[in-house]
Write a protein of this length. Sequence first.
Length: 457
Amino acid sequence: MAAARNAFDNGPWPHTPGYERARILHALHTILEERAFELAELESRDGAVPIRKTSYVDIPLGLHMLSCFAEMARASPYEPLHWNDFPSMSWNFVWREPVGVCAQIIPWNYAFCMAIWKIAPALATGNTVVFKPSSLAPLTSIALVRIIHESGLLPKGVLNLVNGPGAEAGEYLVNHPQVDKVAFTGSTEVGRKVMAAAAGTIKKVTLELGGKSASILLPDADLDLAIDGVLFGVFHHAGQLCESGTRCLVHRSIYDEVVRRLAERTAKLRIGDPMELETDVGPLISHAQREKVERYIAIGRQEGAKLIVGGSRPEGAQYEAGPYLQPTIFADVDNRSTIAQEEIFGPVLAVIPYNTTNEAVAMANDSPYGLAGAVWSRDLRAAIDVARRLRTGTVWINDHHILNPRAPFGGYKQSGIGREMGRAGLAEYTEPKHIHVDLGARRDERIWWDVVVPTEQ
Ligand code: NAD
């Protein structure tokens, strides 16, 4: 903490010009790219993430994001405002400055990308960082920070990493009086605590929290695309993603066909060792997480939802060591039931029928969360109309999970506060300072009269 504070208050980084910060971030990108395979393997071993995902998605996406943030580092800190003529002529502008020392806390899922999303925009805008990964999957974060340190490209103290459990290391960072901003990604439950703790010293807070996103299939959806898309939406990384499409709202006219095809396709997914290229769905992050998901499956059964596929642990010696769980789908789910309202964070899909588009929109929005959603339709005008009515930070039309470094990502309602990525995300790491330059030459153009009465000319 002292290193980050000192680097911000006395070091060169906050005053380093954007083009130079951009050059350094691009150079780090080149160094990391050479280590991409090693990082993918580490991410798979640490987070039980299928190697196909880490090699083709997580590491390339994280690196792509880093190069985008490097470009964004060149954004001018100067934002012109209109000249003002009250009370006298003045030149006004905004100068964007770094916020200061940023404490950044991430969860165990998508760990490498998550680390890039936190660290790169903070550095791009001239902040210093104390970063804490999750104890459950810290290895790629440690490797990332180590590689950056070894490059010698950043001034000392600008980027720091601490490990440890949230209740100790995390709380310490959030409560620390020397921290100017907390950027937290994790559960809504812990996000609430972070927000309360940050209130002590009125820290800036951005929160990226849980979700219960809906995939809405309009009656004209291209089912060959939508069935696989919905399964990708929910079973990517075994459902352990905040923006997973865990509710699937299906128009009654196609409901029976969709339910049948979802079940058939799911039964064919290959559950297995994350290090095998053939694996579609790997194990969950921990045994405790599997037990939590199993409790929700039991609740789904008790509440009367119809289990159409999965629901238990896969059988076979190869599954005994890890917390494997079959991808699971419930049909005829009531949107007010527990499995449709609470975040499960595992491979469980709730399929819900609807009769009208208004009903689908109302159900999608009937959730404490508002992170993301998807609409599947051949009619783009109808799909955009639904997208605009969803109270969520992101909506995909005919896709899922696509995160764009130039687009803001974040949640409405209890899915969070603020945005990551895009211009909005970068702005969260700056303080906009208004500078007013008064050009009025005459004393009588000033409004100082209540304090200083003008003297006779
Ligand atoms: P979590 O909330 O348990 O932990 C997240 C991080 O917070 C970890 O590093 C943990 O050590 C730390 N932490 C725990 N208690 C803390 C405290 N009191 N003070 C400060 N830090 C503390 O979440 P998790 O189980 O690691 O991750 C899963 C959750 O993250 C899900 O709810 C998921 O939706 C959410 N998530 C959200 C996004 C998003 O962008 N919105 C992305 C990924 C994951």
